[in-house]
Design a protein around this ligand. Structure first.
Ligand code: UGA
Length: 443
């Protein structure tokens, strides 16, 4: 199949590369010429395990090409995937500016029948807008070319995106056209090795809604367990045990009920807010979804409250070593990372912070914590510890899971760990003489 992917951000780059890996002929297009020049050389704008090797391999076989112009690549293509960003607008709703600009460019440049597929996360009704925009351009050009607009929301997790794309739990396709449904099923068939029941076809609006509902459901699970963790602490229960107790019920399950310092990233915060906006725009005030966001905002600061309870309201003269800055392990992405809020709050109260993260230090330095002069950065996990007053764990990277606790104790002023991701065994740490503060269990 001949495929054009417009937008070489996270979703576009991963999707385009994986389609190429399956033998399709893919051109990824972006208006950012520097990005495209780099990609042609195999230099990626993001870190994602396995992606660079896959891009380089498919550049070599020429299954994958990069271009800044949509003009010549649309002709005789089977699919044009729209994978541009839908940033949060000022009022919290998704901003469709880029999606509709791409639709306009497609309408201005297409000369042969085409299936346009929306992969960007877009509110219900966007496929209709894309269709109208393309129709308008074709009419201006006095052309009558057959095209269809389908929705194919993406369910990739950062850090595991290649795996998610190559072995999907499901592929959701929204289309009102039986032929398009068949074409999409053929495109995805190689990704389902033994079964095709993971291909879920539905109408366009339900597919658009599915994306938001999936993310809102996952965010709800996290906020639910985080709220429970706060109650557990007050009543003298241990949320780590309660989590296992409830997860053993198959109807509940173990996944996405890990308590912590709240969810971050480019998806959950934005999508939860956008779903609220969609509901409100249609005359419904959501209570539960709204609460999911409110609980998450408060949860980010739970670890700060624990630090204040231990050291007092004024943190001047104290230094904290931070392990982990990215919003989750396996990525350098710091969008909406709890670490930003936690670190800024600590330094506002007078503390100094020494931070280490395996991948996200540049992001922190250059963007997210750029203005915070009370943060210094280190290039290995033990190096920031010397004479710090406590260690604070914020992202559960594998290299933090089984550290040398004797080394930590030797370096710190006090043997104190604040764990925002409940990674350690408290009995073991108590034996070693640590004060160990975690989420959802009173110290
Ligand atoms: C999320 C969804 O998991 C993907 O299915 C979806 O495709 C993607 O958003 C998207 O819309 O593009 P992602 O944002 O990469 O993926 O990250 P997750 O692995 O879902 O983690 C999100 C946040 O939840 C992280 O901050 C993580 O630490 C937190 N989390 C996750 C918890 O606090 N507890 C848990 O039990 C699980």
């Amino acid at each position: 199949m001949k495929i054009v992917v417009i937008g070489t951000g996270y979703v576009g780059l991963v999707s385009g590369t994986c389609f190429a890996e399956m033998g399709n002929s893919v051109t990824c297009v972006d208006i950012d010429s520097e990005k495209i020049e780099n990609l042609k050389k195999g230099i990626l704008p993001i870190f994602e395990p396995g992606l660079e090797t896959m891009v380089k391999r498919n550049l070599k076989t020429q299954n994958l090409c990069f271009s800044t112009s949509i003009k010549n690549v649309l002709d005789n293509s089977d699919f044009a995937f729209i994978a541009v960003g839908t940033p949060m607008g000022e009022d919290g709703s998704a901003d469709l500016k880029y999606v509709l600009e791409v639709a306009q460019t497609i309408g201005t440049n297409m000369n042969s029948p085409l299936t346009v597929v929306n992969k960007s996360t877009v509110p219900v009704g966007t496929a209709d807008l894309v269709k109208q925009t393309i129709e308008k351009q074709l009419k201006k050009r006095k052309l009558d070319i057959a095209f269809s607009v389908a929705s194919n929301p993406e369910f990739l997790k950062e850090g595991d995106a290649i795996n998610d794309f190559m072995k999907p739990d499901r592929v959701v396709v929204g289309t009102d056209d039986e032929l398009v449904s068949k074409k999409m099923k053929n495109l995805y068939a190689p990704f389902f090795r033994s079964t095709s029941d993971r291909f879920i076809a539905m109408d366009v609006r339900s597919a658009e809604m599915t994306k938001y509902v999936a993310n809102a459901m996952l965010a709800t699970k996290i906020s639910f367990i985080n709220e429970i963790s706060n109650i557990c602490e007050l009543v003298g229960a241990d949320v780590n045990k309660v989590r296992i107790g409830i997860g053993s019920d198959k109807r509940i399950g173990y996944s996405f009920i890990y308590p912590g310092s709240g969810y971050g990233g480019s998806c959950f915060p934005k999508d939860v807010k956008a779903l609220t906006k969609t509901a409100e725009a249609n005359g419904y005030t959501p209570k539960l979804i709204h609460a999911v966001e409110a609980v998450n905002n408060e949860q980010k600061l739970v670890i700060v409250h624990k630090i204040i309870n231990r050291f007092g309201e004024n943190l001047s003269g104290l230094e904290f070593a931070i392990w982990g800055l990215s919003f989750k392990p396996g990525t350098d992405d710091m969008r909406e990372a709890p670490s930003i809020y936690i670190i800024n709050e600590l330094t506002k109260k007078g503390a100094k912070v020494r931070a280490y993260d395996p991948k996200a230090i540049n992001e922190a330095k250059e963007f997210y914590l750029k203005d915070n002069k009370n943060v210094t950065y280190y290039d290995s996990k033990y190096s920031p510890l010397k004479n710090c007053d406590a260690l604070v764990l914020l992202t559960e990277w594998k290299e933090f899971r089984a550290p040398d606790f004797n080394e930590i104790k030797k370096e710190l002023n006090n043997a104190i760990i604040f764990d925002g991701r409940n990674q350690y065994n408290e009995e073991y740490l108590a034996e070693l003489g640590f004060e160990y503060y975690q989420i959802g269990k009173k110290f």
